[in-house]
Design a protein around this ligand. Structure first.
Ligand code: AKB
Length: 322
């Protein structure tokens, strides 16, 4: 039976997805019912917007303490080291991603929680994956981040079977947004290009022009995880590994869509070590399981996203924020 969501904890709440997910969850469930946590101290405005705690997810006692204090029944576990940062210190990536995930799952069992949401990523695949990447396929990632995401999916599914814990997850593509800049991912170029287009009218891109990856705009990213959280457990055949597609484009096509708004915009392509990671990921995913099992439907395409991103970033630029 699907238990109701009453009191929510978000880890990694100061990150790119976390900042916008916390706002969306508070609008939906009420400010006091959503406790934001992050290993970093929050800026004053964020602290004043609702309950916030600094929390290192590798510290089991601290996690148990905050979930007990607020009688948390649902966790959105976003805290993770991403792909590019993970390659700089793979041991730290494993430690934070795996210990954090295990601690959240253990706490979920100990407290009889209603729901645990753990995002996965297109990083679960490695070179040679068919296109579109099928829901069921061999997972042979070449980054430590990808290894932890595969292990995290398997661990979540294990907790569903072994402990009857309601754990759910989805494989996010690159996420594009104008609110909080992403940190340490391979797909960060698809966000940085918009910022630099607005600020400087030019961008130096760290992947080749023909690099094509699956991407998603933030409003769809937020809808996806909340819709998955609210789906009836009985209708789910999969649990922690849903493919979710939205759009797919090359870096060159992204630049062209910006150029339709900023005709003089120029891009120089200087691939660095992140190119190898990008080349190992699929360029498209088959998300029919998410569509069938919990009604996934993305709203934004590249043109709609570009218009919205540029409008938002131009406002920020005018206010002197970027
Ligand atoms: C990254 O680039 O590491 C992330 C991801 C695709 O999971 N944005």
């Amino acid at each position: 039976m699907t238990k109701p969501i009453e009191r929510i904890l978000v880890t990694g709440a100061l990150g790119q997805i976390g900042t916008e997910l916390v706002a969306a969850l508070r609008a939906r469930y009420g400010t006091e019912r959503v406790v934001a946590t992050d290993v970093r101290e929050a800026p004053q405005a964020f602290r004043e917007s609702g309950p916030f705690h600094t929390l290192d997810v590798t510290d089991l006692a601290a996690l148990e303490d905050v979930t007990t204090r607020y009688r948390i029944d649902t966790v959105f576990h976003l805290a993770a080291v991403l792909s590019a940062t993970g390659e700089k210190d793979p041991v730290r990536c494993w430690e934070i991603n795996m210990r954090g995930t295990m601690n959240v799952l253990r706490t979920g069992v100990a407290r009889g929680m209603a729901r645990i949401l753990i995002p996965s990523s297109i990083a679960v695949w490695g070179k040679g994956v068919p296109s579109p990447a099928p829901q069921e396929s061999a997972l042979k990632p070449t980054t430590m981040y990808g290894v932890t995401k595969v292990a995290g999916e398997l661990l979540g599914d294990y907790f569903v079977r072994r402990f009857n814990l309601d754990v759910r997850g989805l494989r996010y593509p690159g996420i594009i947004s104008a609110e909080t800049f992403p940190g340490g991912g391979t797909t960060d170029y698809a966000v940085a290009i918009y910022y630099d287009a607005v600020r400087y009218g030019r961008y130096t891109c760290f992947v080749r022009e023909d690099t094509r990856l699956p991407m998603m705009y933030m409003p769809d990213c937020i809808t996806a995880i909340i819709d998955l959280a609210e789906a009836d457990f009985a209708s789910l055949k999969h649990h922690c590994d849903f493919n979710v597609g939205s759009m797919s484009f090359s870096a060159g096509e992204l630049a062209a869509s910006i150029r339709r708004h900023i005709p003089d915009f120029t891009v120089e392509y200087k691939p660095d070590e992140r190119q190898i990671i990008a080349d190992s990921w699929p360029d498209e995913v088959d998300d029919s399981a998410a569509r069938e099992e919990w009604g996934w439907r993305p709203r934004y395409d590249l043109e709609a996203m570009t218009a919205d991103m540029l409008a938002k970033l131009r406002e920020k630029h005018a206010r002197g924020e970027i």
